[in-house]
Design a protein around this ligand. Structure first.
Ligand SMILES: NC(=O)c1ccc[n+]([C@@H]2O[C@H](COP(=O)([O-])OP(=O)(O)OC[C@H]3O[C@@H](n4cnc5c(N)ncnc54)[C@H](O)[C@@H]3O)[C@@H](O)[C@H]2O)c1
Length: 313
């Protein structure tokens, strides 16, 4: 058991991770400014909350001061958000990461970083292997690549124990719809439960390596528990390749009725296909426990039903 600080712990992945870490007996501190996270995600969790921004060195220090490990998840997600406000995305995602790295350096904490598969961008090779040249297509992807490079450089320069993951498309309970930058699966499920048409940007043939949040949190918690490090980034996904149209079919099957779909223009910065090469992940985490797409989707639908019982179908 150790003390673990989770930046962005009130967010979708963060709050799921806090549960996993508490279940494994860790003391958990959350640093979050609630810019996209939600207080109720932490309801009933025995965590210490430091409310503040990763851009505030004092808040970072208060949250990381006595941590043996820091899982750095705080960031402004979403490609379209970064296209609308690239400056803010860079500040939070890249400069904010530098603050967290400094705190980890001062305290010799193990740092697990949440990078993104978006860094592969327009590189057409599939599956995405970590040694491929990154080709970011959006300010978000560029900010995550900058942060990842900083994290790995801190490992090389200061011997800081670092593990930089590249998450692919994570989905599951606590991922919310109902805002402009919602991810595809919660937006689809929310619309379907309300009996509304699902909006697809592009023709829906774009593919993603959709990975259930329980899979992701299990791997992160294992990394924390065993102090896993790597000099190179590590993909964190199950190696699936599912199109948006297949996601919509699967939602229809789960709900027992087909979903109506409308199509909008493809969005700037949207990558065509994405699927992870999991060789490096499986070498570091041979006992990885994966949750299937269908199982993850069922958990997502039941959580969203409970969230909006008045509108759930
Ligand atoms: N969800 C995915 O599919 C996915 C894919 C790739 C990478 N990631 C990365 O995983 C991490 C978590 O993503 P998520 O999906 O849980 O997003 P999220 O928006 O639900 O969580 C991010 C959390 O960070 C907090 N935060 C934002 N700016 C902050 C700041 N300046 N100071 C303190 N806290 C701040 C937010 O309030 C929120 O609680 C992010 O780093 C994201 O880039 C997510």
């Amino acid at each position: 058991m150790s003390r673990v600080t989770v930046t962005g712990g009130a967010g979708f992945i963060g709050a799921n991770l806090c549960r996993e870490l508490l279940d494994r007996g860790h003391d958990v501190v959350v640093l979050d400014d609630f810019s996209t996270g939600h207080r109720q995600n932490l309801d009933g969790l025995d965590v210490r909350l430091v409310e503040g921004s990763i851009l505030d060195a004092g808040a970072v220090e208060r949250a990381c001061g006595d941590a043996q490990a820091v899982v750095h998840l705080a960031a402004l997600g979403s490609v379209p958000r970064s296209v609308a406000d690239p400056q803010r995305s860079f500040e939070v995602n890249a400069t904010g990461t530098q603050h967290v790295l400094e705190a980890a350096r001062h305290h010799g904490a193990h740092l697990v970083f949440a990078g993104s598969s978006s860094v592969y961008g327009s590189n057409p090779a599939l599956p995405k292997h970590e040694d491929l040249a990154p080709r970011p297509m959006s300010p978000y992807a560029a900010s995550k690549l900058a942060a990842e490079s900083l994290a790995l450089a801190y490992g090389a320069s200061y011997g800081l124990p670092i593990l930089a993951f590249r998450f692919f498309n994570v989905f599951g309970p606590l991922q919310r719809a109902g805002h402009a930058y919602a991810a595809a699966i919660p937006a689809f499920v929310d619309a379907a439960l309300r009996g509304q048409a699902l909006t697809v940007y592009g023709d829906g043939t774009q593919t993603r390596d959709f990975t259930a949040v329980d899979t992701v949190c299990g791997v992160i918690a294992d990394a924390v528990g065993r102090g896993v490090t790597s000099a190179d980034p590590v993909n964190l996904a199950i190696g699936s390749r599912i199109s948006l149209l297949e996601v919509i079919d699967a939602i229809g099957r789960e709900l027992g009725r087909p979903c109506a779909v409308t199509f909008g223009p493809r969005r700037t910065g949207d990558v065509a296909h994405s699927s992870a090469d999991g060789t490096r992940l499986r070498a570091l985490f041979p006992d990885i426990r994966t949750v299937s797409f269908e199982e993850g989707l069922r958990a997502t639908i039941s959580w969203m039903r409970a969230l909006a019982p008045a509108t759930a179908g």
